[in-house]
Ligand binder design. Structure first.
Ligand code: AMP
Length: 264
């Protein structure tokens, strides 16, 4: 495809595909690129073996959805292909990303993301790579990976796709039972309440603690819920009225971990 002048738009995923993933495929196609999707549940980015084992795997449904969405190539490698024995992957200094938010609560997670993307980008050699803003911190990590090793690849960040009630689409939502699924909407509502507080003059700290309290009372266990600088992800003590803010959160609900964010 490359030799016939076509440009490769790469969408790495872990499968159990939903409209959030398909929007990335459509975005690549809309730019006139050949969408190449990988489905690989990367063992190295899971810090809990149970989470890895319970991660939904739906290969037939994925293939069908991709065909409809205009995906040209579905790449579903075995672990031994992504990580051949004896192969070594260089380290990448992720700076503060290693210690903040997902880096802090999921030790080794971003190292796993770096390893899989180093390998997959090396194999696919994309002209552009498409990622979702849903995984905000991951997008910042991908930017570093691209700067360090794949400067020819363009990074395209696509907006978070949500269910009609506001819950960010996620493969992990499939693991929520009916009661938890109903409660889950409280999570984006809490993020929204923090964004609204910024506009209504309530202090940042008060907005964060009120939202966290509301979630905990509703039965969602808050791991973190924090306003940060949208560029550096440094946690903020107070709103930053000049630059962009982002509110980032992770909650546990019925044994399932959900993350989400909103930029404002
Ligand atoms: P995953 O399969 O969870 O590793 O996600 C693969 C890609 O899809 C990543 O770039 C995610 O950020 C993106 N993604 C996942 N959920 C959504 C969503 N709700 N909206 C937009 N992109 C998403």
């Amino acid at each position: 495809m490359r030799s016939s002048g076509k440009r490769i738009g790469f969408i790495p995923t872990m499968g159990a595909l939903h409209e959030g993933h398909l929007a990335l495929v459509e975005s690549a196609a809309a730019r006139g690129m050949v969408p190449v999707v990988s489905v690989f549940v990367n063992p190295r980015q899971f810090n809990q073996s149970e989470d890895f084992e319970k991660y939904p795997r739906l290969p037939e449904q994925d293939a069908e959805k991709l065909e409809h969405a205009g995906c040209a190539v579905l790449f579903r490698p075995e672990t031994s292909v992504v990580y051949p024995a004896g192969n070594s992957i260089p380290a990448l200094d992720l700076g503060r990303m290693e210690n903040l938010f997902e880096g802090h609560f999921r030790p080794g997670h971003f190292r796993g993301v770096v390893e899989v993307l180093y390998q997959l980008f090396g194999m696919v050699r994309p002209d552009a790579a498409f990622f979702g803003a849903k995984d905000y911190q991951q997008c910042l990590v991908v930017r570093r990976i691209i700067e360090a090793w794949f400067p020819e690849t363009e990074l395209v960040i696509c907006p978070t796709i949500r269910e009609s009630d506001g819950l960010a689409m996620s493969s992990r939502n499939l693991r929520l039972d009916a009661v938890s699924r109903q409660l889950a909407v409280r999570f984006p509502d809490a993020l929204k309440s923090i964004v609204e507080s910024f506009h209504s003059g309530i202090s940042c700290h008060a907005a964060e603690s009120r939202a966290a309290e509301t979630l905990n009372e509703a039965g969602l266990e808050v791991e973190y819920l924090k306003v940060a600088d949208a560029r550096t992800l440094e946690p903020l003590n107070d709103w930053n009225p000049e630059g962009q803010n982002v509110v980032l959160g992770a909650v546990y609900l019925g044994g399932v971990r959900l993350i989400d964010n909103m930029v404002f």
